[in-house]
Design a protein around this ligand. Sequence first.
Ligand code: FE2
Ligand code: FE2
Length: 322
Amino acid sequence: MQTSSKEKFVPVSREEILAGSEKLSFDLYSINLDKGQLEPALLCRRGTSSLQVAQAISEALFDKLFVRKQALQDFYDHMEESLGTIISNPRLPTQKKSDILYNCAANVMQDVYNDPRSGENMERSRGISDQIIRFSLQDPAAIPTLLSLSSHNYYTFTHCVNVAVFGVGLWQFIGLGSPSELREFAQGALLHDVGKGAIADEILNKPGRLSAAEFEIIKTHPRQGADLMAGKVSDLALDIILHHHERYDGSGYPEKLAGPTLSDNAKVAILADVYDALTTNRPYGDARQPFQAMLLMKEKMVGHFEQEKFISFVKFLSKTSI
Ligand SMILES: [Fe+2]
Ligand SMILES: [Fe+2]
């Protein structure tokens, strides 16, 4: 099958490019449809200084900008490095910052889930959780906007970003602890399903009902994740990874912890995890609307959650009006 040259390019926004750091780390292309151009042409070579890039972009005001598909990783790396500057830039709208942060977070988490043993990936996951927190503290619209972007198709790495964003929002709404605890909570939420990497895809993505034996295998992922992350993340983050499938009435797994033995951090992560699972398309079920998800959690999942946290969750959900 032949691919057209446009399929080899991915559109990028000028805000993303201008928000980037000192030097361009990929070739930037542009195309002016009004002038009848059909193929993207090179606008700035990799290594061009940000000043020269800004000049070239202002001269090509009506052009659409692209990067080559093969250079997408460099583009994401460039964005990831610049996240701090992007988030504190008062000229960039919340929506644009959210777009960039969400895409960077999903990209980092994809790498983390592919190679959870990499120390560099651990550092990157910490960087992302810090930026989610910074953004949420700086801009009251950050969490709702990030949540509105959440992918409705299930991938472990986007699910983890969604759980971290929702969890950070709910955690702050309740006011659970100190800023350093929030950092650890966010990293734990990002990594909560890291043990799924050890489970076969045929089981994880099975469209029908799981057999009892298959479900037993799925149930090993919190423990496998905690074992994998032991010594790499804080105890608070490990608590989230190990206990995000526990239930308030003690019917969860792997340790069947109940009520008071569950930490507040784990209780928030449990709510965020269930809510995202219900509002995302899964191999075995379609996504529900936020209100339907909330109703199902209230009526059909009695005993799963601590009542007080569930009420906070409902209030938070109505406040963010997702
Ligand atoms: Fe899980
Ligand atoms: Fe999960």
